[in-house]
Design a protein around this ligand. Structure first.
Ligand code: BMA
Length: 792
């Protein structure tokens, strides 16, 4: 039987040519985290330390340990699940091999060998710059040479990420001892049709003895099947009658089934492969219709509006992201009502822990191949690396029912057409051969059960603009960059794959990251932790369209920019969801952060939820009530994504900001399952001018419509009572209190409030649950409560 010996212990780290003592190295890990642990470098997440440690990414680094291979087996392999990135692996000075791709695993035959094992990493910059020198410069969104080396692109910095170019043994390493044969690869093709679940396991083995007769036996859900090997290959087919289906969260359950496949030599088991699968069907409906070309995911025959978020690596040092941390972050997404996570192309193919969590939580995964925002050369050695990594990862991720879509790249087809690459490239390769050639071929050959799309955005063919909202996927960035968020209402894309608005992280996160700084919107540390092009300028202009800019008042700026982020995203999602089924999904840019930074994220770099994250829970609920301007007047949209009909009574009130009801009516709404019902608002209830607003209430849900920007609204000075109650804080409004927010982390960094922005009408009450704090007195709690105030 194959035996594995983990090799996580006993590694040391050196930098060649230095007399400095070797450091203990953590495996899996990376050079930066070892240097931090040894006190050689400061934490690059704090202050402006990032700049100070830039040298680390320019150096070469060597990992070493002793290796001995005693074993009664015929063969021993040294297996690296991941090396970051360019390295030579040697045993007692004898080369075992050279590697240059972070996204692959590596296996070396070390049978009978022992001695000093060294992994000599050269700087990823050196490799990338050499390849760039050889193949010629290609256009990109950023100046760093990320597209010339197969390494996580955002390691080189992004418009939300620091430039911390890592090296290291970033995934587990082990010895595998085996005799006769081992399982080299299993491709599980899981389908379900007319109530019959099928699992086809295509097996490849590696053998030391050609003549040994081998067989494979597999089980799933009490069903067993066997096949003998033809040379090195076999296919085992299992049929499971009426399996319970796996569904995305919010629909039905996520039943998972253990699959076990054993490689046999006679009766003797040689190797075992175990995974969990789920039965579900998935299609991507891209048919043409009256509105253009759709992009609708169909799971188990059910057409879905995807309630999505974009995922970036949760740490710029991805080896630090544990199973528990993946679980926590994805759990936060699920709690916010998310049902689809797009793994964005400037990151990585995530670890099994990520996809396991998605399988369990019922989060659909859209996986980008790792290409983002640049022209990528297609010459060797890159071409071979791309194909090899695609083949490996398509097969590795196949068992996961959560994975529903492969996507060729992020914004590269768009960039070619719109960002002047076409002209600058002058005929040179730029990646099109990957997205329209290699990658779809690999997916079709290895995993024909899943759809593939060439890019995001992509309209389906060069005859149309790649970012045409009427066709396929669309990214909306003009609005954040240049316009007011009301402009989200200007169109109805078929699938909104990226859009977002920035806000600073939670106060406690900033305080930890910038410990010695007097915080101001433009203090040096704040600016260092803002990586977007004119990010603060865009925040300011975005804010000024709605609020008087709180000059010199950091706390107000922090609160209002967070409010503006939540309002912007709400404006988009409410509008797009009200247009289901023309628009079949919104994927917020972005769920998470990889360090403490002002960014588009809903959850900040320390894992704290911004108000936006709480707002998503309302925006992505099965039932959403929203007031929309649709010529000639206002309509109430009842969005019902549930399986049951929503029949409700709505109360509509036209009110003044002083709390006087000017007009009132009730109406009934009937929204069929997974559909949107529109109810016209009577003309006489439409608010006239900035002093008035409209409130719609139905089944515990509320929609508000203020016709004017806040800066024009003559709000009364907000008044409210604060009480401490078991488990939280109760607030009772004396006046209209708009977008009340308890920043509990200001009082205790460990405190978490269970809701974000709440608007109360005069006399209304809310209890904000808080965990993780020493209960404060009411006055202290009040000091952490913010709400919209009248313009000065
Ligand atoms: C898109 C994304 C990211 C970027 C974001 C915000 O381009 O794909 O590359 O971080 O916009 O600018």
């Amino acid at each position: 039987m194959l035996e594995a010996t983990p090799l996580g212990e006993g590694w040391i780290l050196r930098t060649p040519g230095s007399t400095a003592a070797a450091l203990p190295a953590e495996v899996p890990g990376c050079v930066h985290t070892d240097l931090m642990a040894a006190g050689v470098i400061p934490d690059p997440f704090l202050g402006r330390n990032e700049t100070e440690v830039a040298w680390v990414g320019r150096r070469d680094w060597t990992y070493e340990r002793d290796l001995s291979v005693p074993s009664g087996h015929e063969q021993t392999d040294l297996v690296f699940d991941g090396l970051d990135t360019v390295a030579e692996v040697m045993l007692d000075g004898r080369p075992l091999g050279r590697v240059r791709n972070m996204h692959r695993s590596h296996r070396f035959d070390v049978t009978g060998l022992s001695g000093r094992l060294t992994v000599r990493f050269v700087s990823a910059y050196a490799e990338a710059e050499a390849i760039r020198g050889k193949l010629g410069e290609r256009p990109a969104a950023y100046a760093e040479p990320f597209q010339y080396v197969r390494k996580m692109a955002c390691s080189f910095g992004w418009d939300w990420g620091p430039t911390l170019v890592t090296a290291g043994i970033w995934r587990p390493v082990r010895l595998e001892h085996w005799s006769t044969a081992r399982i080299a690869r299993v491709r599980p093709l899981v389908t379900v049709e007319e109530g019959l679940g099928r699992v086809e396991l295509a097996v490849d083995v590696e053998r030391t003895r050609v003549e040994a007769p081998l067989a494979v036996e597999a089980t799933v859900g009490g069903v067993r099947a066997r096949a003998s090997l033809d040379g090195t290959q076999a296919v085992v087919r299992l049929e499971v009658p009426s399996p319970r289906l796996w569904w995305p969260r919010g629909y039905e359950e996520q039943p998972l089934h253990d699959v076990e496949l054993t490689l046999l030599h006679g009766d003797e088991p040689l190797d075992v492969w175990r995974r969990r699968i789920g039965f579900r069907s998935v299609e991507l409906d891209r048919s043409a219709d009256a509105h253009g070309t759709g992009f609708t995911l169909v799971v188990n025959g059910e057409r879905l509006f995807a309630r999505g978020v974009n995922w970036i690596p949760d740490d710029v040092f991805p080896s630090r992201v544990t199973r528990a941390r993946y679980r926590e972050r994805l759990g936060q997404a699920a709690d916010a009502g998310v049902d689809l996570v797009r793994v964005w192309g400037g990151g990585i193919y995530e670890s099994e822990d990520f996809y396991d969590a998605c399988d369990e939580l019922g989060l659909l995964v859209w996986q980008d191949f790792p290409f983002a925002c640049a022209a990528y050369p297609e010459e060797q050695p890159l071409r071979g690396e791309v194909e090899a990594e695609a083949r490996e990862n398509v097969v590795r991720l196949m068992p996961h029912p959560s994975l529903v879509l492969w996507n060729g790249n992020n914004e590269n087809l768009w960039g070619f057409r719109d960002w002047d690459w076409e002209g600058r490239l002058a005929g040179e390769s730029w990646g099109e051969g990957y997205y329209l050639g290699v990658l779809p071929r690999v997916v079709a050959e290895l995993d024909p059960t899943r759809p593939y799309t060439a890019g995001s955005p992509w309209s389906g063919g060069w005859e149309r603009h790649p970012n045409d909202p009427a066709h396929g996927t669309h990214h909306s960035w003009e609005v954040w960059n240049r316009e007011d968020y009301a402009e989200y209402r200007a169109n109805v894309p078929r699938f909104m794959a990226e859009f977002g608005w920035q806000a600073p992280p939670a106060y406690a996160t900033l305080r930890r990251a910038l410990p010695d700084e007097e915080l101001a919107a433009d203090s040096p540390g704040m600016l260092h932790h803002q990586k977007a092009d004119d990010g603060n300028g865009k925040l300011r202009r975005g804010l000024e369209r709605h609020f008087a800019f709180p000059e010199g008042d950091f706390d107000r700026w922090h609160y209002l920019t967070q409010v503006n982020q939540a309002r912007a995203v709400a404006t988009g999602i409410e509008h797009w969801r009200s247009h289901w089924p023309v628009c079949a999904g919104t994927v917020l840019w972005q769920l998470n952060d990889c360090w403490p930074v002002t960014s588009w994220a809903a959850i900040d770099g320390d894992g704290r939820e911004k108000p936006l994250c709480h707002e998503l829970r309302r925006l992505y609920a099965d039932r959403l009530l929203t007031l929309q301007v649709r010529e000639p007047g206002l309509v109430l949209a009842a969005v019902n994504q549930a399986a049951e009909v929503w029949a409700g009574a709505v109360r509509l009130r036209r009110m003044s900001v002083e709390g006087v009801v000017i007009g009132e009516t009730s109406a009934s709404v009937l929204a069929e399952r997974r559909s949107v019902a529109l109810v016209g608002v009577p003309r006489e209830l439409e608010p006239a001018g900035p002093k008035e607003f409209l409130v719609a209430d139905a089944d515990g849900l509320r929609a508000l419509h203020f016709p004017a920007p806040d800066r024009e609204i003559p709000y009364p000075r907000p008044e409210f009572e604060v009480e401490i109650v078991p488990g939280g804080v109760r607030v009772t409004a004396g006046t209209l209190v708009r977008d009340l927010l308890l920043q509990a982390d200001r009082l205790d960094p460990a405190a978490r409030a269970d809701r974000g922005l709440v608007t109360l009408l005069p006399g209304e009450q809310v209890t904000i649950g808080v965990r993780g704090w020493e209960t404060p007195d009411p006055e202290t709690a009040r000091s952490a409560l913010y709400c919209v105030e009248p313009s000065r």
